[in-house]
Unconditional design. Structure first.
Length: 132
């Protein structure tokens, strides 16, 4: 007597309530930076999932640009004051901050495309406070 083999389990359902279009706009918001976030905000203002990711992307890239500008000003000031070694130390920081921003954006894009409500470290709490 052969035992009946049960059918394989069904595939896990996609995140409830998140459409493919919302996932795509969440991805666009992260990958295209400030421009992508603005596009997503303008075109999908009523979509909570898209707005959740677009606001985080917007905060991330504005923060990266602001920090880079501050470091640039500090570098110029240190250079004028003839503090070359400190200028050298500040020289690599914008690249490191940009790389960190890129890594966060890639993770955010992957999470958005998979339908997850992922909150990025530090910037997620700031983005939640923004009302657009």
């Amino acid at each position: 007597m052969c035992a009946e083999v049960p059918p394989p389990p069904p595939p896990p359902p996609a995140e409830a309530g998140v459409s493919s279009e919302s996932k795509l706009f969440g991805l666009i918001a992260w990958i295209l930076g400030i421009i992508g976030a603005i596009i997503a905000i303008v075109l999908k203002k009523d979509d909570k999932f898209v707005m959740f990711h677009a606001k985080q992307s917007l905060v991330l890239w504005i923060a990266v640009i602001a920090i880079d500008i501050i470091i640039f000003i500090l570098s110029i000031t240190l250079s004028i004051l003839r503090l070359g070694i400190l200028t050298l130390l500040f020289g690599w920081l914008p690249s490191l901050i940009g790389l960190a921003g890129l890594i966060i954006a890639i993770i955010g894009a992957l999470k958005a495309y998979s339908g997850e409500w992922w909150s990025a470290p530090i910037i997620g709490s700031f983005a939640e406070k923004i009302s657009l």
